[in-house]
Design a protein around this ligand. Structure first.
Ligand code: SAM
Length: 462
């Protein structure tokens, strides 16, 4: 591969070598020191796997161009890699790169059935998304056979273009391609031989660049390196859930950990049309996925969405001026209680709770860097974020209750009011005697709601 790359004009290969690093696997090692910002490596445009090059190939290009509807970038690159791998002659340089690729991957789509089932209890979201990925891959593969492979059996012999080969090629693209934003809002996705041997570290600065005029890829030193150090690049701010799905690894104590909160409202909900307009003016939709992060576990967008979802006729009037702020105390109370209950339910969905998981990881219960160990880290990160989000909602609730108690009232908590369990609206509701923050239509509803409510029920201030 090196000889081919050098013949095309690659720069820097003599100062680097491939090497095995404990706990991380193969990577790139320096053979001389580098200062931060110094160019380390340039891979010329001619050696890159791009959609443009796939289309320019005299054999593959016409087949790709004839596919209707047109293929996705991901499918074009995956097909290109499988096509080169299937050739028995020609494509010498690219074939030398394919020969250097891993033969298997650890992304969650390659988990065994047992590992995936265990994942359901450890990280329900990783389980659900991985299952969806399986379905999507099967559908995409079927479509690819219909649109391309089946139409050109001489180019794509079916024994070399199986679903397993397709999954391998997709994972090659997910874990090794680089995306660059171009001027004019465009972007390019490519694979750069040898540069794709660089592992990820969140501790180096963004240091790989695409030169728009030459089409070359360059890697600069993201920090000072001594001889023998491993060179890293930064793959971006990616949470463990996504790292495990696409790249097959996790970063313990990942500062980018997050939880994608999905909010949705049924079109049959009261005032749905008016709410839809309000969501649109707040830059939201009736179904919204909002990332909760360690630095912002309860973004204002979540509150905005739920305030609109929970508003009633009387709230609609003030809503025009509410912007991103509270609509009324009764609306805010419902929002915060709903959030606390949802976060509690989501946290209860994790079989092994945060503290226990931390203990297990510290005791070495999971074999380090194995799939279950990686899932435990995904679970840990998500539970941390959800715990912070619940705490923030609880703090807001306590502040709201204090403000209401001190008479600093916006709107009313007493009217209109609904039973916190069954939702029945009535002027005859009884207050929770302890926190005085929720109301019930009767004892049965209060008892039935206690399990959820006790997490937030605090004595009201005297
Ligand atoms: C672009 S490739 C890097 C080269 C790769 N190690 C190889 O041997 O081909 C990305 C893959 O490297 C591994 N990797 C990268 N950074 C890592 C890290 N910080 N910890 C563990 N594995 C990492 C993962 O398997 C990932 O899918």
């Amino acid at each position: 591969m090196d000889t081919w790359l050098k013949s095309l004009g690659a720069v820097g290969l003599d100062d680097l070598e491939l090497a095995e690093f404990p706990g991380i696997g193969r990577g790139v090692r320096t053979l001389r020191p580098f200062k931060e910002g110094e160019p380390i490596l340039t891979i010329p445009s001619g050696a890159l796997w791009t959609v443009e090059h796939a289309y320019a190939d005299p054999l593959l290009g016409p087949a790709l161009r004839s596919a209707r509807p047109p293929l996705s970038i991901e499918d074009i690159l995956a097909t290109y890699i499988l096509f080169v791998r299937s050739r028995e002659s020609g494509y010498g340089g690219l074939r030398s790169h394919v020969a250097a690729l891993p033969t298997s991957y650890t992304s969650s789509i390659f988990f065994s059935d047992d590992e995936l089932e265990a994942c359901d209890a450890s990280s329900p979201s990783l389980y659900t998304i991985t299952k969806e990925l399986h379905r999507r891959i099967e559908d995409d593969f079927r479509a690819l056979v219909g649109r391309l492979f089946g139409q050109n059996p001489n180019l794509f012999p079916l024994d070399k273009f199986t679903i397993d080969e397709y999954k391998w090629a997709l994972c090659t693209v997910w874990s090794r391609s680089m995306d660059f934003a171009l001027p004019g809002g465009k972007s390019v996705r490519l694979l750069a031989p040898f540069a794709d041997m660089l592992n990820h570290s969140p501790e180096v600065k963004q240091c790989h660049v695409y030169n728009v005029s030459s089409g070359n890829i360059s890697v600069l030193a993201g920090k000072d390196y001594k001889v023998g150090d491993q060179v890293f690049i930064d793959y971006g701010p990616i949470q463990n859930n996504r790292l495990l799905r696409l790249y097959g690894f996790v970063i313990p104590d990942n500062l980018n950990d997050s939880y994608d909160l999905v909010l949705s409202t049924h079109p049959a909900a009261p005032l749905f049309e008016q709410k839809q307009k309000l969501w649109a003016s707040a830059g939201l939709d009736s179904t919204a996925t909002i990332p909760l992060t360690l630095t912002d576990p309860l973004p204002n967008k979540v509150l905005r969405y739920l305030r609109i979802q929970r508003l009633d006729e009387s709230d609609l009037a003030v809503m025009v001026d509410a912007g991103g702020k509270k609509i009324s105390d009764s609306n805010e109370l419902q929002v915060l209680q709903a959030l606390i209950e949802s976060f509690s339910a989501l946290l209860a969905g994790y079989k092994t709770q945060l503290e226990k998981l931390q203990e297990q990881l510290a005791e070495g219960v999971y074999s380090p860097r194995g799939n279950r160990w990686a899932v435990a880290h995904v679970s840990l990160g998500e539970q941390r974020v959800l715990g912070l989000a619940r705490q923030k909602a609880m703090d807001l609730l306590v502040d709201l209750q204090a403000a209401v108690k001190s008479g600093n009232v916006n709107g009313s908590l007493s009217s209109p009011a609904q039973c916190a369990k069954c939702g029945k609206a009535s002027a005859q509701l009884m207050l929770c005697g302890r926190c005085k923050g929720v109301r019930y239509c009767g004892r049965a509803c209060q008892v039935a709601h206690y399990k959820e409510h006790k997490a937030i029920c605090r004595p009201s201030a005297p």
